[in-house]
Design a protein around this ligand. Structure first.
Ligand SMILES: [Fe+2]
Length: 363
């Protein structure tokens, strides 16, 4: 079966060529820039899944908060006066202003800077200053909108529509894969944020395959045994592994977790990231780096690890942005995927297909 040229329709997940070779074709090019597809992804993927927001260690004290945005949804997580984590839409119910700018901080009262409305840590409206007398207005009707929250091994997640399976179930085979690593003992050392002018799926496609390593990552190819690079997938996770050569900074286990979290574990630490869409053509990446031991003696080596990691992340941007422009130009429709190296892309695309089908978007 040929790729979709308008006359053929591919079965979900690809098809067979001459009934023999598994042929896996990528998503239609249009899905990488069409605003209506992006809108379907916002509600069909980002509102419905568990989204990793922050490590719990970012919020040690009552009043600490972290505000993030993904796919246009603004959310914050707060440690309340009793020490419990709570999450809310970052949205004043009066005139829709966000309560916090993106980032972390500390607050005693949640106060909207637009008109001064103030909320308690449980989201209840405490004061609407200068509102005036109105017998129809009841403060209890205008609290913050709560968001479902859960924590897995120190990572705080939220689920906007409240209907995702319980977090542990949603994480599929991730907990078992990460079980051998003492990640709760890892301490956050640094963060790195990036932006890339592509659809979030262009960057994700790139993340879940090692096929491009020889072409794009001259340093990384030296550090691993590429002939033994292995990509597999299990429930809600793509697993990439490669034997490491002497001196490599990696532990050789790279995980990507549906729909947009990554977790790379190395011998003395890890990094976690969020791949965050902001519209059909713009994506940000938010990395945090953790190590077992933050002693000053280890600082220089850890800084090198972080920089090497960031360098590899940046190496992908040019090629991804160039591919994005070809996705938009209308000539390319979709391409075949390597059964040897692109099973992760195939898995990701099938999840996208299923989620979008639920929203009425079909190929
Ligand atoms: Fe890469």
């Amino acid at each position: 079966m040929a790729p979709d040229t308008g006359t053929h329709t591919l079965p979900a997940g690809g098809g067979m060529i001459d009934g023999k070779t598994t042929a896996l074709y990528s998503l239609p090019a249009k899905w990488y820039h069409d605003p209506s597809v992006y809108e379907a992804e916002r509600w069909g993927i980002f509102a419905r899944t568990w989204q990793f927001l922050a490590p719990e260690s970012d919020l040690p004290n009552p009043g600490d908060y972290t505000a993030v945005e993904f796919a246009g949804f603004k959310v914050f997580v707060l440690r309340d006066r009793e020490g419990k984590l709570k999450a809310f839409h970052n949205l004043c119910p009066h005139r829709a202003a966000p309560l916090f700018a993106e980032g972390s901080g500390h607050c005693d009262v949640l106060r909207c800077r637009y008109h001064g409305w103030a909320f308690d840590h449980d989201g209840k409206l405490k004061a609407a200053p200068y509102f005036g007398d109105a017998d129809w207005f009841r403060k209890e009707d205008h609290g913050l909108k709560p968001v479902r929250l859960d924590v897995w091994r120190g990572f705080v997640f939220v689920n906007l529509d409240g209907k995702a399976p319980p977090l542990l179930e949603f994480l599929g085979d991730v907990p078992a894969l990460v079980a051998p690593y003492p990640i709760e003992g890892f301490k956050k050392k640094d963060i790195a944020d990036f932006s890339i002018k592509t659809n979030w799926k262009v960057y994700t496609d790139n993340f879940v395959e090692g096929y491009h390593i020889p072409g794009i990552h001259p340093g990384l190819i030296q550090a691993i045994d590429f002939n033994k690079f292995e990509t597999t997938y299990q429930r809600n996770v793509v697993i990439m592994k490669a034997p490491q050569k002497e001196g490599s900074i990696y532990g050789g286990l790279w995980l990507w977790i549906w729909p947009n979290m990554t977790l790379s574990v190395y011998p003395d630490g890890m990094n976690a990231s969020r791949i965050v869409p902001h519209g059909p053509r713009f994506t940000t990446l938010h990395y945090s780096f953790y190590f077992q031991d933050l002693s000053p003696a280890l600082d220089a080596g850890q800084r090198r690890t972080i920089e090497t990691n960031c360098q590899i992340v940046r190496e992908d941007f040019g090629i991804c942005e160039d591919a994005q422009s070809n996705f938009e130009a209308g000539v390319f429709q979709r391409g075949p995927m390597s059964p040897r190296h692109e099973l992760g892309v195939h898995y990701f695309h099938d999840e996208i297909r299923a989620a979008l089908k639920d929203q009425g978007v079909t190929e």
